[in-house]
Each structure stands twice: as C-alpha cells, then as structure tokens.
Design a protein around this ligand. Sequence first.
Ligand SMILES: [Zn+2]
Length: 125
Amino acid sequence: MISSLGWQGSGIDVAKKRSTRRSHSLRAGRKNAALTAREDLYSILSSPRGRPKQMLDAAAQQMWRLGTRHRIGIHPDTKHWICRGCKSLMRPGVSATVRIRESVRISTCLNCGRIRRFILAKEGR
Ligand SMILES: [Zn+2]
C-alpha cells in the first residue's frame, strides 16, 4: 500500500490511462458516470495548487457524496485527505497539520480541528 506522505508529489498520472471496454447497458452506465465524475474530482483534488480553497472543498464534498451515494467509495488516493468532520480537503501544511510519530500519522484538520490517526505500514529502513 501507499505509505508515503502526501500525494502532490509523484505518481499522479499513473492511473490516467485505463482503457476499459465500454458497456452501454444502463446499469453499468450509471456507475461508470459516477466513476468518471470521481476521476474528474480526483484530478482537481490531486493538483490543488492555484485553485481556490472554495473549489477544492466543494470538490472534496462532492467526492464524498459521490462515493457514499453510489457505493463506489472515495477515490483511494484521496480518502485520507478528506476530513471526516467537515468534508473539506486536508492539505498538509495548508489546511491540515501532519505529524508522524512512531509510524502513526496524526493529521489535524485546521478547518474543524478534527484529528485523524493513521497507522503507517512499517518500512524496513
Ligand atoms: Zn475538518
């Protein structure tokens, strides 16, 4: 799993090229539309630089709603960075503080003050 800090650095456009065959059945179409929308939101959230906070928070909220409503979940690369409390985007150093102590990442949302702990996988270094 991904254990590195932050997501603005590397590996963002890896998931871009995915040519799935399209099925045009109605049921699949709806889910696909949701997944496409999720990708769009992800592309906004993964390059937050230069975007207004309002837009980012709105995108984070939409991502949350989309994921829960359609049961597709939040994009795996963003789920740690959307605040569970206020659903805003947690940007380390901008709208959140992140501290790592003994393989536990403690991130605090500066918007609502909610704290999240996440146990990082230990890397044999
Ligand atoms: Zn929050």
